[in-house]
Design a binder for this molecule. Structure first.
Ligand SMILES: *Cc1c(COP(=O)(O)O)cnc(C)c1O
Length: 491
C-alpha cells in the first residue's frame, strides 16, 4: 500500500511514499500528513476466516492486507510485544458491562493506557528500519500524559533512536508525570513545558517542519520523526483492535456475524476513532462511530454542525486530560478520505489562518453518515463512574465520557455498543476516588489506596514503585526554548 499527501504536493516532498518511508517522515507538503491511497477491502470473508484467530494472528493478517514494506521477522518481533500484556493470549479483553454494552479494554500494556497498543510495536518497527538503513533518528513526542510514557517505554535503550518528549507542566496526573520523569535511559529526554498540550503539539509540528532545525540535526547525521498519531505507524496498529473487538463479541455470543455494532470512542487527537473509521471502510459492520468528547467539545461541535471553530477557545483542564485537545490532528485524514486533497488543504489552511472552517451541507451529511458525537462534562463523567461501579465495573474518566454518547447518540438501541476503555483506573485515581467516595483533592498515592480498598483490587507493583523511584528528568522550560534544549540534549 502506498501513502499520499493530505494537502497535495508542493514540488518538494515526494508524491507518494511507502509505509516505512511514511513512518520515518510523517509530515508532507503544506504542513499536511501522509494517508493511505486506498484501503484493503476485507469484508465478511476476512472476519469469517479469523473468527478463531488470536490477536497476533489477526494483526499479522491485517498488516499483510495493508502490504506494508516491513520484513516479516520485524513484524513478528513487533507483535511479540503484546506478550508482555497482562494476558499474552488475549491482550485486549472485551468485558460485558450490560446486555448491550461491552468494554474493549485497551490498557493492559506496560504503561496502563491505550497508547501502548500502537507504540509498543511501533518502537520495534521504527528502530529496526533505522538500523537497517544505518540511520539515526530523533523521535519527537508531544504528550497530554499517555503518549509520553508509552513512547519512552518503547524506545528505552533502543539502538539508532533518541527521544525528546514534551509534556505540559501541571497538565498530567502524578502517575503519568512520574512515568516520564523517572525514565533515566541515556537516549531519552523529557521536557516539561509551561503551556498546555496544544502548545506542546504545535511546538512539535513546528520543529517537524523547520528546515533550520532539520539542518542542525543533519550536521550530526540525525533525521527527525514523530511518535504522535500524525505518524501512520501508530494508526495502522489502531485498526486491529477494532476488528478484534467485533470478533470477540461474536465469540462471546453477543452478536451474529455481519450484525452491526456501535463503536464508541473517547476522542482527542482522533487516532483511535480514525482506526475505527478505517476498520469500517475495510468492511467491519459498523452502524456508527460515536465520538465522545469532554468539555473541550470542538469535535462534538464539528460533527454536529460541520463547523470547526477555534476562535475564542482556550483549552479547559478537565478530568480526562488526554482529551484536552482543540486541534485534533487526525480529522485531517477523514477530510482527505472523504473530500480529497484540494478541499482538505483549503479547510486546514483556513483553520491555521482564520481559526475556523465550515463544511457544506452535503459534506456534513457525509460526516454524519459515519459519525455521531456528544460531550460529557466532568460532573456527568463522575456520575457515570459511580453508576458503572455500582454495576460492578471500575473505569477511568476517559472511558466514562463514552457513557454519555452511549446514552444520547444511538438511534438503534437494539444494537450492541463497544466502548473503548483507554486507561486503567491507576492513571487517574484522584478523579475516580472522588467519584466513588466524595473525597476530593487527594494525591494519586492516597487515591490509589482509597480505590484499592473500595474496589478490592490491588495497586499494580509497577505503579506503586513509581513513587519510590528517583526523579531523573527535571527540565521544565518556556516553549520558546524547546529547540535549544533538544539540541543541547543531542550534544
Ligand atoms: C490518547 C488518549 C485518548 C484520546 O485518543 P485519540 O486517539 O488521541 O483520540 C483518550 N483517552 C486516553 C486515556 C488517552 O491516553
Amino acid at each position: 500500500m502506498n501513502f499520499t499527501e493530505t494537502r497535495g504536493n508542493d514540488g518538494q516532498f515526494p508524491l507518494e511514499m511507502t509505509f516505512s518511508q511514511a513512518i520515518l517522515s510523517p509530515m508532507s507538503s503544506f504542513g499536511g500528513l501522509y494517508s493511505p491511497k486506498s484501503l484493503p477491502d476485507l469484508g465478511l470473508p476476512f472476519l469469517e476466516k479469523h473468527l478463531q484467530s488470536d490477536y497476533k494472528t489477526l494483526a499479522t493478517a491485517i498488516l499483510a492486507e495493508f502490504e506494508v514494506d516491513i520484513e516479516q521477522s520485524i513484524i513478528d518481533e513487533a507483535l511479540s510485544l503484546y506478550d508482555q500484556f497482562d494476558d499474552p493470549q488475549n491482550p485486549v479483553p472485551v468485558v460485558k458491562v450490560r446486555d448491550d454494552l461491552y468494554v474493549s479494554e485497551l490498557y493492559h500494556g506496560p504503561t496502563r493506557a491505550f497508547k501502548d497498543m500502537a507504540l509498543q510495536p511501533f518502537g520495534t518497527v521504527l528502530s529496526a528500519i533505522a538500523k537497517a538503513r544505518n540511520e539515526k533518528y530523533l523521535i519527537l513526542a508531544a504528550t497530554s500524559g499517555d503518549t509520553g510514557p508509552a513512547a519512552l517505554d518503547t524506545f528505552r535503550n533502543r539502538e539508532n533512536v533518541q527521544v525528546a518528549c514534551l509534556y505540559p507542566e501541571g497538565g498530567t496526573s502524578d502517575v503519568q508525570r512520574l512515568q516520564m520523569v523517572t525514565e533515566n535511559a541515556p537516549n531519552l529526554k523529557v521536557i516539561g513545558i509551561k503551556g498546555d498540550f496544544d502548545d506542546a503539539q504545535s511546538a512539535l509540528k513546528k520543529l517537524l517542519t523547520s528546515d533550520s532545525f532539520k539542518a542542525k540535526l543533519q550536521e550530526n547525521q540525525i533525521s527527525l520523526s514523530a511518535a504522535n498519531s500524525v505518524n501512520f505507524g501508530r494508526i495502522i496498529f489502531q485498526t486491529i483492535y477494532h476488528l478484534h473487538s467485533y470478533l470477540e463479541l461474536i465469540r462471546q455470543g453477543a452478536i451474529q456475524m455481519g450484525e452491526k455494532v456501535y463503536l464508541n470512542v473517547p476522542s482527542g487527537n482522533f487516532g483511535n476513532a480514525l482506526g475505527g473509521y478505517y476498520a469500517f471502510k475495510m468492511g467491519l459492520p459498523v452502524e456508527k462511530i460515536l465520538i465522545a468528547s469532554n468539555s473541550n467539545n470542538v469535535l462534538t461541535q464539528f460533527i454536529q454542525t460541520g463547523v470547526y471553530d477555534l476562535r475564542d477557545l482556550n483549552v479547559i483542564p478537565t478530568s480526562s486530560p488526554a482529551m484536552d485537545i482543540l486541534k485534533s490532528s487526525n480529522i485531517e485524514r477523514i477530510l482527505f478520505d472523504l473530500f480529497g486533497a484540494q478541499r482538505t488543504k483549503e479547510l486546514m489552511l483556513a483553520l491555521d489562518k482564520e481559526k475556523h472552517y465550515a463544511l457544506t451541507q452535503s459534506e456534513l451529511a457525509e460526516i454524519q453518515a459515519v459519525f455521531s458525537a456528544d460531550f460529557c462534562t466532568d460532573d456527568e463523567g463522575e456520575a457515570y463512574i459511580k453508576q458503572a461501579f455500582s454495576e460492578g465495573y471500575l473505569m477511568d474518566p476517559h472511558t466514562a465520557t463514552c457513557f454519555k454518547s452511549y446514552d444520547t447518540c444511538r438511534q438503534h438501541p437494539e444494537l450492541k455498543t463497544i466502548v473503548y476503555s483507554t486507561a486503567e483506573w491507576t492513571k487517574f485515581s484522584p478523579i475516580i476516588a472522588n467519584a466513588l467516595t466524595g473525597k476530593s483533592g487527594l494525591h494519586d498515592i492516597e487515591a490509589l489506596k482509597v480505590i484499592s480498598e473500595q474496589a478490592g483490587v490491588s495497586i499494580p507493583a509497577k505503579i506503586q514503585k513509581l513513587f519510590e523511584t528517583e526523579i531523573s528528568q527535571s527540565t521544565v522550560i518556556d516553549k520558546r526554548d524547546i529547540e535549544q534544549e533538544i539540541l543541547n540534549f543531542l550534544g
